[in-house]
Design a protein. Sequence first.
Length: 328
Amino acid sequence: MALMGAWGLGAFHGDGVEDRAASERLATPVSTILTGAPSRGGMDEVAETLVHVRSGGTNGSGVVLRDDGHVLTTAELVGDAEEVRVQAVDGPELVGAVVGVDPATDVAVLMVQGLDQLGAVLGVARDLAVGEPARTIALRGRQAAEIVTGEVANLAVTVSRGEDEGPLHGLIGTDIVLDEPIEGAALIDATGAVIGITTAVGDGDAVRAVPIDLARIVARDIIATGGPAHPWLGIEGRDLEDADAAQWGVRGGAKLLAVVEDSPAMEAGLHNADVVTQIGHTEVTSMGDLVTALRLLDPGDRVRIGYLRAGHHHWSSTVLGEPGGAVS
């Protein structure tokens, strides 16, 4: 199994992201291309909360986060650009300013002046189960919205990237395959609520998405400060093998392969081969779970850690630091 680096990201939990009920949106018809199962009602309304995003020579989509012009898309699509071109359904092409990006989660936030769109209805990815129906919906320029139907296949996908970039953890995996991968499209559940932002990072044909729960946290941070805060635990690890999980009576965990000298993890007394099973009140069944749980926290937060050592459960606590900085 591939080695996975484990620091974490957090948020300042500032004001910002706001959910909107479907009844609050004013829908106008938009034609759609349907691939797969028949479309259910409301897809026109979902398409109205999307935009086409052009960054240099790269095209993708974005999800309108709220009605003040903020849009969610991917850091991979935005790249180093300070401005992108944005176009809503049947609308003019507008300039979108890049508010901030977080390559570690592949999330980017745009601000588009003059974008007269209501925010998407945002779902809750943590309530998903494997086998549930899911659809991707994307805008490709002035073409009709493209909808592809499938189901949730995995709730904790990790994809590797280049040597200079850490892996993406905790992605939603699906069995949906697109003719051409697209960044920043909406992954929606059976009700039409957005549960993820699609990413084309990594190998493989099936669509993967950043969970909307995580994307919202990162977006709040970016809108408040221009970028995310990164709490640091100071470990490297990998998913616990299924056989070991069964032997120890747990659903899974994050097995530590290295503990950084003078890190918060070392302060907590963690050792190589320990298996983290809980961060605060959050169960950890994989490295993706561990990293995602840390992203809900800030540097300076004290966190309680549950872990197995030689099959016996223990608790400890530590204060999260910042990468490269001293532990407070």
